[in-house]
Design a protein around this ligand. Structure first.
Ligand SMILES: NC(=O)c1ccc[n+]([C@@H]2O[C@H](COP(=O)([O-])OP(=O)(O)OC[C@H]3O[C@@H](n4cnc5c(N)ncnc54)[C@H](OP(=O)(O)O)[C@@H]3O)[C@@H](O)[C@H]2O)c1
Length: 352
């Protein structure tokens, strides 16, 4: 038997073993994902088995290790944002390994460590089919948990500060929910840029936390009138920009906190959607915008630049990703309850 023949035979046996291994793995892995049959309370979330399809052209299977939980997921669960169909899915962000790649995929290979954010819900799951073109490679020194906690929130702070508001060191800004996941990243980012950031929070504990992460001044808006506080702090002038993710309950006061030519950035609805309002509110000189992350990372170039900069800041320890709630996928209902009851601080993740 020639040496070449022996090598061929060995390679053949190895491929058969790999094939059998994959077959066994496929048959023994029980895939689970969170679904809702109707929108409403956290108790509507059901963890159900599902069949993971093989990746089609341009697709990959990502085996999740950690899943980012965002307040946006609450909107998809409670109906503030519509589900495309029911049963609906939840979750827009995760990190893990590439498990299988479809035809034509060249940017990643099986075994690569990756993370992603995606507009269509479905990341509260053990694994998921994802278009390869949106995957972000993770360096080995970045843990899956950190990646899952930082991508959506960190890229949000980046586009809000740099592209929506073009913040400069001479600006003074107001940022609501300062002790939340996005909030604590924003506090650090503003400190790094030498920008005076005034935060709002609903308790004294959250106030201390937001200050520790870089808040110049933090107001307890559950107790104090933040419009008056802003007037005092800015000597009657108001702030250059308000970042308002609270929506219905803060909208009018946020606009009242602006200085001349100020910008109102309404980017969330934690207390409910903002209803139709009179444009006359803008007093002849104010600006308003309602941005979403998806518009600002719509092209691969935008996504790469936004991710690249965030990654550098995290690896250099300039931005710490504050994970305070870590639960298993099975505990997703508890985490949604905590979020909605305002009992979380910093970032939340689910592990698989
Ligand atoms: N447009 C975008 O591109 C974009 C992207 C990412 C996130 N967002 C928005 O940014 C906000 C923060 O997201 P996150 O994931 O980092 O969440 P989070 O800030 O960790 O949690 C939401 C926080 O909102 C505050 N809040 C105020 N009123 C509330 C109410 N009635 N019910 C519940 N919470 C209330 C709470 O903080 P206090 O108790 O201190 O008030 C709560 O902790 C969300 O509104 C989200 O939709 C928007």
């Amino acid at each position: 038997m020639s040496k070449q023949f022996r090598i061929h035979r060995l390679l053949y046996y190895l491929s058969v073993i790999k094939f059998l291994e994959n077959l066994v793995k496929k048959e023994t892995t029980l895939e689970l994902r969170a679904e809702i049959d109707k929108t409403g309370s956290p108790d509507n979330i059901k963890l159900r088995p599902f069949t993971l399809e093989s990746p089609g052209p341009g697709e990959v299977v990502v085996r999740h290790k950690a899943i980012g939980v965002n307040y946006t997921d609450v909107y998809y669960r409670n109906g503030i944002y519509p589900q495309a169909s029911l049963p609906g899915k939840l979750g827009h962000e995760a990190a893990g390994f590439v498990e299988a790649v479809g035809k034509g995929v060249t940017n990643v290979r099986e075994g690569d460590r990756v993370g992603y954010v995606i507009a269509s819900p479905g990341s509260y799951s053990t694994a998921r089919l994802i278009p390869a073109e949106i995957l972000l490679k993770l360096p080995t020194e970045l843990e899956f948990e950190t990646a899952a906690a930082m991508l959506l929130k960190g890229m949000t702070v980046s586009y809000l500060f740099k592209r929506v508001a073009n913040l400069q060191p001479f600006h003074q800004i107001l940022f609501h929910a300062a002790a939340g996941g996005t909030g604590l990243i924003a506090m650090q980012w503003a400190r790094m840029m030498d920008i005076k950031i005034i935060g709002t929070v609903s308790s004294e504990e959250k106030k201390e936390l937001a200050k520790n992460y870089g808040g110049s001044t933090v107001i307890n808006y559950a107790r104090d009138n933040f419009v008056e506080e802003i007037r005092n702090i800015t000597k009657g002038e108001g702030v250059d920009v308000v970042f308002d993710s609270i929506g219905a309950s803060t909208f009018y006061q946020s606009i009242q906190s602006l200085k001349k030519y100020g910008l109102m950035v309404s980017y969330g609805n934690a207390s409910g959607k903002v209803s139709a309002f009179d444009l006359g509110l803008l007093s002849g000189h104010l600006f308003i915008t309602r941005p979403t992350l998806w518009s600002y990372i719509a092209t691969r170039k935008e996504l790469e630049v936004t991710y690249g900069e965030l990654l550098q800041l995290v690896l250099l320890n300039k931005i710490r990703i504050p994970i305070y709630q870590k639960k298993s996928l099975q505990d997703v209902i508890t985490l949604h309850k905590l979020l909605e009851e305002r009992r979380t601080i910093g970032c939340s993740i689910l592990t698989v």
